[in-house]
Design a protein around this ligand. Structure first.
Ligand SMILES: [Fe+2]
Length: 246
């Protein structure tokens, strides 16, 4: 029986140091396909180097909310210094690549989205509370996925490791390649922490009857990435990258 091996990567956030090490790890593992769930190029790190690595390695990518944010502001000057840094780092080729990224995609029996199937800014699985991040019930998740016919769903955005089995679906979040913690004000102020600096991704091994999931953490030169964040006046990003904590 043929088994397909698929690497799921997500939320690289312009961290080329982390992506490079993950791609090296993937190369040792006889992977058939690499699926990238978006938020690829936004961050005070190395947007251009990240784009080049994705292109060289022929990943199948979708757009994340922060990729969309770059495109929506490509002709405006804003007072968001990280956004302006990202835009100044990217050339026409990478901007055009971002513009052409699909919102979602299907690969065999796997449905891929960044947030949920209708909104790239809302996590499919998490329920955000002020003091902790919870998880939706299986019934709520099934309702959100009611128009999706594939029985394996992979999603990113929250940067948190998840494997959820509902009645009809298996849903996996591989965590983040490049940003192991962050805080955000939307939908309400909250923080996400993966608790280590490692670059994180998942490998799915799928055949007709079963799916096996490996959640992998890869060590890399996170100091180099943290120093790039500091150089771009983002000490918050530097701390998140070094510690996986907010
Ligand atoms: Fe996101």
């Amino acid at each position: 029986m043929n088994t397909e091996k698929i690497a799921i990567i997500s939320d690289i956030h312009a961290n080329s140091w982390a992506l490079k090490e993950v791609l090296r790890d993937i190369e040792t593992k006889k992977i058939d396909t690499v699926l990238n769930l978006g938020d690829s190029l936004y961050g005070p790190l190395d947007p251009k180097g990240t784009f080049e690595l994705l292109l060289e390695n022929n990943t199948k990518s979708i757009s994340g909310n922060q990729d969309r944010f770059i495109i929506e502001n490509v002709h405006n000057t804003t007072n968001i210094s990280t956004l302006e840094y990202v835009k100044s780092s990217l050339g026409n080729d990478s901007i055009n690549w971002l513009k052409e990224l699909p919102f979602d995609l299907t690969h065999n029996n796997i449905y891929c989205c960044h947030g949920n199937p209708v909104n790239d800014s809302i996590s499919l699985l998490e329920r955000i509370n002020t003091d902790y991040v919870g998880v939706q019930t299986n019934d709520e998740i099934e309702i959100t996925l009611s128009n999706i016919k594939e029985n394996i769903v992979v999603c990113g955005h929250s940067h948190l490791a998840r494997m959820v089995k509902t009645k009809n679906k298996t849903i996996i979040n591989p965590r983040s390649i490049g940003l192991p913690a962050y805080n955000d004000d939307l939908p309400i102020p909250h923080k996400m922490e993966s608790l280590s600096p490692h670059a994180k991704y998942a490998i799915l091994k799928i055949n007709t009857n079963e799916i096996n999931v490996e959640l992998i953490s890869v060590d890399y030169d996170f100091e180099a990435a943290a120093r790039a964040a500091e150089k771009n006046n983002r000490n918050d990003w530097a701390k998140w990258i070094r510690t996986g904590r907010v």
